[in-house]
Design a protein around this ligand. Structure first.
Ligand code: ZN
Length: 149
C-alpha cells in the first residue's frame, strides 16, 4: 500500500494529465493506432493524489467501487480512458472499449477491475499479455501495489 503522501518521480504529461513516462509511451502508441481506425481515445484522469481520489470517490461512489488505495492513480500508472463521448455509463459498449480490451495488453495495459471498464493500469507488455491469456489468474498483491511499473 502506498503512503498517503507518496508522489512518483518524473511524471510526464499526456493530453494534459500526469503519468509515468512508460505509461505515456504506451498510451501514445495506442492512441495513434486507435486513431488510424477513427477511434478517439481520451484520457479523463491519470495521476492524482490520494486526497483527490478520495474526493472523487465520495462524489461518484458508483464509479469507484473499490478502495482508492488500490487503484493506483497515485502511482501515475493508472489512467481512466473514455471515447469522445466521455460517458462512463456506456463506455463498456463502445468500439473503443472493445478495441482496448483486445489491443491494450500488447501495449502493457490491463483492466484490474471489471466493474470499472474505463480504468486501466500499466504493468508492462509481458505481464499484461500473461493476464490477458490467463483471465482467471488473480493479480498478485505486489503487482497491484508496486509503484515500479
Ligand atoms: Zn481509474
Amino acid at each position: 500500500m502506498l503512503e498517503a503522501t507518496y508522489l512518483p518521480k518524473h511524471l510526464v504529461s499526456f493530453q494534459g494529465h500526469l503519468m509515468t513516462a512508460q505509461t505515456k509511451i504506451a498510451l501514445e502508441a495506442l492512441y495513434w493506432q486507435a486513431h488510424e481506425l477513427y477511434l478517439e481515445m481520451v484520457v479523463v484522469s491519470a495521476y492524482r493524489s490520494l486526497h483527490d481520489s478520495l474526493q472523487i470517490k465520495k462524489r461518484y461512489p458508483e464509479h469507484y467501487p473499490f478502495d482508492c488505495h488500490e487503484d493506483y492513480h497515485q502511482a501515475g500508472i493508472c489512467v481512466d480512458l473514455l471515447d469522445e463521448r466521455k460517458d462512463y455509463l456506456h463506455y463498456a459498449n463502445s468500439p473503443l472499449y472493445l478495441y482496448l480490451k483486445h489491443k491494450g495488453p500488447a501495449f502493457g495495459l490491463i483492466q484490474p477491475e471489471e466493474k470499472c471498464p474505463w480504468h486501466y493500469q500499466f504493468v508492462g507488455r509481458d505481464l499484461a499479455l500473461f493476464y490477458h491469456d490467463h483471465p482467471d489468474e488473480p493479480l498478485p498483491l505486489h503487482l497491484m501495489t508496486s509503484p515500479l511499473y
